[in-house]
Design a protein around this ligand. Structure first.
Ligand code: UDP
Length: 458
């Protein structure tokens, strides 16, 4: 690729969590492919999660690199080695972690002064990102979050600046998957209804979003689609995790019939009690379906919750991955016929983009809203019957029973409605693919954004 003499330089600063780093790295790569000089800012221990991918893009001639910011573990009283949310093992550690994150403000300001990028895309979890830009180096600033990024006025095209609007980049396409991402408790407290009035009312979500929030936005996703080869897909998010022998498990999947295997994964940070895991195991076994189940490394002590003899009985039928799974690679496999998900926004988009019907099991954050979107609006999934929202790391009083698990997965994989769900989600898959192709809505939005930032005028 010919590099321009003065490419637009954008600094991307994702929150230190896989669910934020993954789409931000995808976004930075997408921008680099359009001639932007992209730099991803992260801490030492997080860099290996994406460095191989970045290296491959550099070999292809794209201008993308990584800048390390020191994580202030000691200053926050954290032990060394905890630089990503998924490593947190107690609430106390969580508080210290967020304290350390807040201490990144000053180092960020110094970095901005040194590097003077044209634009900063900072995570919404860093609300001080905007301040750093404003105070630090005047005119060029953009805060935001990985899948919903707010930019400062100064970096916006003039007409936006004059209108005083904020700008957001979202990990969505023009069409269906924009949802309001409020916290359920806030909503409950405000007494507001969550209305998801998508297309049938005549306006798309994008328009609804723009009108309601009065913000200009560019919808450039699904970002996961920028991973278009097996290597990118298999290393996405955690390039060095050796939890599974990829060749072996892909062969296992190859040996299964199309749409016959249920994939179960609750994201990168969720906590699920031993009693609940036990119900899941019994529910899957009762269904008789083949499955691929990702367990986080924190779900230890399997002797205590795994039903007796489960491993033995499930030989050949099921595969448990203890650690990190290459989710996008798995979802794209023809054998996968259903996805039991916690409805994290990345997972939701990835399930839709792969055309896989979902069993929805929201746990916290905005996941219950996302569930409604999947089951009631798009009608591409069936709820498992989760009733209780709780904060991250807080336990739940209500269990989802094994009967509910069996019922939901059977409905999605085998029931009468299963084919209809599969047809609907397949249609969305193709819409998503078209959106990111040249002339597609996401591609056009990306081009409009880069134009607005002045890429082509340099
Ligand atoms: N992910 C993965 N392998 C795992 C667990 C998670 O690739 O074993 C990826 C998943 O594909 C998604 C992200 O991690 O891109 C999780 O983001 P999401 O918003 O779904 O949930 P969160 O982890 O933020 O709760």
């Amino acid at each position: 690729m010919d590099s321009k003499p003065n490419p637009l330089r954008i600094l991307f600063f994702p929150h230190l969590a896989h669910g934020h780093m993954i789409p931000t790295v995808d976004m930075a790569r997408l921008f680099a492919r359009q001639g932007v000089k992209a730099t991803i800012l992260s801490t030492q221990l997080n860099v290996p999660f994406f460095s191989k991918t970045i290296e491959r893009d550099r070999e292809l001639g794209f201008e993308i690199d990584v800048l390390v910011i020191k994580f202030p573990s000691m200053e926050a009283g954290l032990p060394e080695g905890i630089e990503v949310i998924s490593s947190i093992t107690s609430q106390e550690m969580g508080f210290k972690f967020f304290k350390a994150v807040s201490l990144l403000q000053q180092p960020l300001q110094r970095i901005l002064e040194d590097c003077r990028p044209d634009c900063l895309v900072a995570d919404g979890m860093f609300p001080w990102g905007y301040g750093c830009c404003k105070e630090g180096w005047g005119t060029k600033a953009v805060p935001g979050i990985p899948d919903k990024i707010t930019m400062t006025r100064r970096q916006q095209p003039t007409e936006l600046r004059e209108s005083g609007a904020n700008v957001e980049i979202t990990n969505t396409t023009e069409k269906p998957w924009v949802t309001r991402r409020q916290q359920p408790t806030e909503l409950r407290e405000s007494g507001a209804n969550v209305e998801i009035t998508f297309p049938r009312t005549g306006t798309t979500y994008v328009e609804h979003y723009r009108k309601t929030l009065g913000r200009k936005s560019w919808h450039i996703g699904p970002l996961s689609l920028c991973n278009n080869n097996t290597e990118d897909k298999s290393q996405r998010g955690n390039a060095n995790d050796a939890s599974i022998d990829r060749v072996k498990f892909l062969r296992w999947l190859d040996s299964k019939k199309h749409n016959s295997v249920l994939y179960i994964c609750f994201g990168s940070v969720s906590w699920i009690s031993a009693a609940q895991l036990n119900e899941i195991a019994k529910g899957i076994e009762e269904s008789g379906l083949d499955f691929l189940w990702v367990l986080r490394k924190t779900n230890k002590d399997e002797d205590e919750w795994l039903p007796k003899g489960f491993d033995e009985r499930m030989k050949g039928k099921g595969w448990i991955i203890r650690g990190w799974a290459p989710q996008v690679l798995i979802l794209d496999h023809e054998a996968i016929g259903g996805f039991m998900t916690h409805c994290g926004w990345n997972s939701t988009l990835e399930g839709i983009t792969a055309g896989v019907p979902m069993v929805t099991w929201p746990l916290s954050n905005e996941q219950f809203i996302n569930e409604k979107f999947i089951t009631d609006i798009l009608r591409v999934g069936v709820g498992v019957g989760a009733q209780e929202w709780s904060r991250w790391m807080e336990g739940k009083k209500l269990l989802v029973t094994k009967e509910n698990v069996t019922k939901a997965i059977t409905e999605v994989m085998l029931g009468e409605e299963a084919n209809n769900i599969r047809n609907r989600v397949s249609a969305l898959k193709w819409m998503a693919k078209r959106a990111v192709e040249e002339c597609g809505s996401s591609h056009s939005d990306l081009m409009a954004l880069l134009d607005g930032l002045g890429l082509n005028s340099i």
